[in-house]
Design a protein around this ligand. Structure first.
Ligand code: NAD
Ligand code: UFG
Length: 343
């Protein structure tokens, strides 16, 4: 089975590629490298003992995407990770987000449909729930107005996919990730954002290693026990394993409808300070941090009701917060050695 992984050199995509290849799938990665490095393909080859095909491609470019599909046939399913993903940045640059995230999806499904490669797994997000009225959020919870342009791109993307699934033979699964953190146990792949990280975990590890001076904690006046915002952090390897289950479900025709949606989280929420304390415990390093104002577009708290995914997919997140922060730290240290060697 040949699987197209769009955005496969990125953080979550690279972990997914490893899991797929270890299960015997043939993988072709496309990525425009706007937030990742081609060297990730070498690391994937080192972990799996096999090199996935890789092509540099901007999926938001309609002609280039069509050209790719004209030359690359026989794809059984596509997993679509390729998007911009920073909530705060999307508030500052909405058009960049709408253009990239929506054009890339439309170009991908248009060409898949033409090829008859009608299976899509889409990277959605718990951001589609906005700030929910009740916690935990289940797949049945109300989709409220998005709090950021990024969140809106995920809501609109799901609507586009839903409509195309009705109109054509496309089958799709949207996986609503909560907050993936951590890295592969080999410490050969992990989160490696270009420039200053937007996400919490890489900012913590980069502060610990000395790349950043101080971590800003965005707000301590939320209505939470310690005043900082709460998220459902999930180990990226657990997340990658759930994708393999989703792909198998589609390819073996076990989906119960043409468009299915699942929450991927652990079911537990942790505050920013709890993540910080877990990191300090596993690394033995004290993090220099300061409390600053809330970040635009941030919601106060969210965590998942995972019972539907657990039951239907037969999947459950296995790794806890300390394992997440520990693996993120091992990755950051490994990265320092790689960077020192290449200087
Ligand atoms: P990432 O930035 O590490 O990976 C995305 C990859 O897509 C990058 O390699 C980037 O270069 C590529 N890309 C972006 N636009 C592209 C385009 N037009 N054409 C080709 N390649 C393009 O991000 P990630 O954390 O791995 O996230 C993957 C997906 O999961 C995204 O869709 C994101 O919105 C979604 N998601 C992420 C999180 C999270 O916290 N990381 C949470 C929920 C959902
Ligand atoms: N935070 C800080 N300081 C930082 C970075 C983050 O205090 O330097 C806080 C944020 O305010 C938030 C929490 O840490 O309360 C998590 O922030 P992230 O930026 O790591 O994650 P978000 O919840 O904002 O968003 C992430 C992804 C989105 C995805 C969403 C799903 O970036 O793509 O998780 O919950 F949609």
């Amino acid at each position: 089975m040949k699987i197209l992984v769009a955005g496969g050199t990125g953080y979550i995509g690279s972990h997914k590629v490893v899991e797929l290849m270890q299960q015997g799938y043939e993988v072709v990665i496309v990525d425009n490298l706007c937030n990742s490095y081609a060297g990730v393909v070498d690391s994937i080859a080192q972990i799996t003992g096999k090199r996935p095909d890789f092509l540099e491609l901007d999926l938001a470019d309609a002609d280039a995407t069509e050209c790719f599909f004209n030359h690359y046939t026989g794809i059984n399913a596509a997993i679509h990770f390729a998007a911009h993903k920073a909530v705060g940045e999307s508030v500052a640059k909405p058009l960049m987000y709408y253009r990239n995230n929506l054009y890339s999806l439309i170009n991908l499904i248009k060409n898949m449909e033409k090829q008859g490669a009608g299976n899509l797994v889409f990277s959605s997000s718990c951001t589609v729930y906005g700030q929910p009225d009740e916690l935990p959020v289940s797949e049945q919870s109300l989709i409220k107005p998005a709090w950021s342009p990024y969140g809106n791109t995920k809501q609109v993307s799901e609507e586009i996919i839903h409509d195309v699934c009705i109109a054509t033979k496309l089958k799709a699964i949207a996986l609503r990730y909560f907050n993936p953190i951590g890295a592969h146990a080999s410490a050969l792949i992990g989160e490696y954002p270009i420039g200053v990280p937007n996400n919490l975990m890489p900012f913590i590890t980069q502060t610990a290693i000395g790349k950043r001076e101080v971590l800003s904690v965005f707000g301590d006046d939320y209505p939470t026990p310690d005043g900082t915002a709460i998220r459902d952090y999930i180990h990226v390897v657990d997340l990658a394993k759930a994708h393999v289950v989703a792909v198998k479900r589609m390819l073996s025709n076990q989906c119960k409808s043409n468009f299915e949606v699942f929450n991927l989280g652990t079911g537990s929420g942790y505050s920013v300070l709890e993540v910080l304390r877990s990191f300090e415990k596993v690394s033995g390093i004290k993090i220099n941090f300061k409390i600053v104002a809330r970040r635009a577009g941030d919601i106060e708290q969210v965590w998942a009701d995972t019972s539907f995914a657990n039951r239907e997919l037969g999947w459950k997140a296995a790794l806890g917060l300390d394992e997440m922060t520990h693996s993120a730290w091992e990755w950051e240290k490994a990265l320092r050695n790689i960077e020192l060697k290449t200087q």
